[in-house]
Design a protein around this ligand. Structure first.
Ligand code: FRU
Length: 485
């Protein structure tokens, strides 16, 4: 693995020519995705600035141009009309001023009139590497030019640690106010959310308080990327707690969870109705962000980073890494959160294949499990050995996913086997496979499981328990991968 100096990781991109060779090399990789947003070069991590604006979906990702390393972060901008076909639109935000001299870190967007407003964390570091996070804004105007505000909206609060970032802006129609949620850490190293409010988007921001979440006062050391959304009258708090292990999650210390409950904007209290749940039970799912301006009070649209902080993936050898997840629709049914792939993804189905075909690099599987125990093996070798195992144990009511059988092993230190118990017995399964990822949607979206996977040339077979019915479609390509920089 390449060792990076700080100078190399934090180099400012002066001209697209500096990454042209890397781009030309990267796009030849067999692990390039067909229908998932991925880094043009280098590394992509969190989704940022996700909003519907004048009929176009805007979505950026945290981008380090230079290689598979977390260094100087830009926002790379992509656009889509249907959440399936994405085009590269060039650099969104670049670190070019005092307040963001060491990175334009994560944040969100909201559309108003002709303008799309971006809110992000300016990651400032002094000479001695002391960090000051600023909450900054930029406006994408009707003429398609992006204008950064010269001054931040607000700086960090002295009452909390230096970890204050990831502004998520929302409009509250009842209070007639905008709110910004900031992921934060208390001085005694507990994760929390700071709340700001204003009647205007670019001025008047005032600290409203630290969000109270009864029962979650000591739940992880930092809450990244917090977000509160109302779906069908219920509030959902989504966040990524880190620096803690959670039951059933192996050695991982990075998680993405949600609480369903009631948000009181007067007392700044989010009262959960029950325990936290994992947004996704897979190995690689983090920093999920909901889109703004969805325009339907009964659903949210969410996208996440397929990956985790502090983890490493095999394409590092090729100097790039990362992918965003499929966008998902979130709905509440009978008090439960259901997550389903956006319906437009069906437009990618090119050809239905016999169920005993080899797995195409981009494909979708629909499985109706047989009664009782069930096993699906993906990416097995020609002789049926190895692969990624998905097993349903009917007596215990658990799903286990085991990636130890794959030739390319990675992140063994956090664990390669995960189990979880869906609320109801396994009755249906949809699997979306792309060159380096697999996303499982169970029981109409009751639970999901996302993992990276890097099959070798020999690993393209599948097998399923006798009696299960299976349909398989080859999917088309919907990300352009053009060099727009
Ligand atoms: C989450 C995160 C954010 C931060 C960004 C920096 O993965 O750590 O909290 O803004 O990544 O890239």
């Amino acid at each position: 693995m390449k060792e990076w100096t700080r100078e190399e990781r934090y180099r400012v991109l002066q001209s697209p020519d500096e990454i042209r060779e890397l781009y030309d090399r990267t796009r030849l990789s067999v692990y390039r995705q067909h229908y998932h947003v991925q880094p043009i070069t280098g590394l992509s991590s969190d989704p940022n600035g996700f909003a519907l604006h004048k009929g176009v979906w805007h979505l950026c990702y945290q981008w380090c141009p230079w290689g598979a390393v977390h260094g100087l972060k830009y926002w790379y901008h992509t656009v889509s009309r249907d959440l399936v076909h994405w085009e590269n639109a060039g650099i969104g935000l670049k670190p070019d001023c005092f307040y963001d001299n060491r990175g334009t870190h994560s944040g969100s967007a909201i559309s108003r009139g002709d303008d799309l407003y971006f809110f992000y964390t300016g990651n400032h570091r002094d000479e001695d590497w002391t960090r000051t996070p600023y909450t900054c804004a930029a406006v994408l105007g009707a003429d398609n030019t992006l204008r950064k505000l010269p001054e931040p909206l607000f700086g960090p609060r002295d009452s909390h640690s230096e970890h204050q970032r990831d502004p998520k802006v929302v409009w509250n129609p009842v209070k007639q106010r905008y709110y910004i949620f900031i992921g934060a850490q208390t001085k005694d190293l507990r994760g929390c959310v700071l709340v700001y409010e204003s009647a205007e988007l670019l001025s008047g921001w005032r600290f409203a308080g630290q969000l109270k979440v009864p029962g979650y006062e000591s739940f992880g050391g930092m809450w990244e990327c917090p977000y509160i959304v109302n779906i069908s009258g219920r509030d959902v708090l989504i966040f990524s707690p880190q620096y803690t292990k959670l039951p059933g999650r192996g050695e991982s210390t990075n998680h993405n969870v949600y609480l369903i409950g009631r948000m009181d904007y007067d007392t700044l209290t989010f009262t959960p109705d029950g325990d936290y749940r994992h947004l996704d039970y897979g190995f690689d799912f983090y920093a999920a962000q909901g889109a703004a301006n969805v325009g339907d009070p009964d659903k949210a649209i969410l996208i996440a980073w397929i990956g985790l902080p502090d983890n490493h993936y095999p394409t590092e050898e090729e100097d790039w890494e990362g992918s965003l997840s499929l966008p998902r629709e979130l709905r509440i049914r009978d008090g439960k959160l259901l997550q389903t792939p956006i319906p437009a993804v069906e437009s990618l189905r090119e050809e239905e294949l016999p169920p005993d075909s080899l797995l195409p690099a981009a494909c979708e599987l629909e499985v109706r499990p047989a009664e009782g125990d069930f096993e699906l093996k993906l990416f097995t070798r020609g002789d049926g050995s190895g692969g990624l195992l998905f097993r349903w144990d009917a007596a215990r009511g658990t799903v286990t996913v085991d990636r130890t059988g794959l030739d390319k092993r990675f992140n063994q230190q956090v664990g390669e086997v995960l189990s979880f118990s869906p609320d109801t017995p396994l009755r249906d399964l949809r699997v979306f496979i792309d060159s380096n990822s697999a996303e499982f949607f169970l029981n109409g979206g009751e639970a999901t499981f996302t993992t990276h996977v890097y099959p070798t040339e020999d690993e393209h077979h599948l097998s399923v328990t006798p009696g299960a019915s299976l349909r398989l479609w080859r999917l088309g390509t919907s990300v352009t991968d053009a060099f727009v920089c």
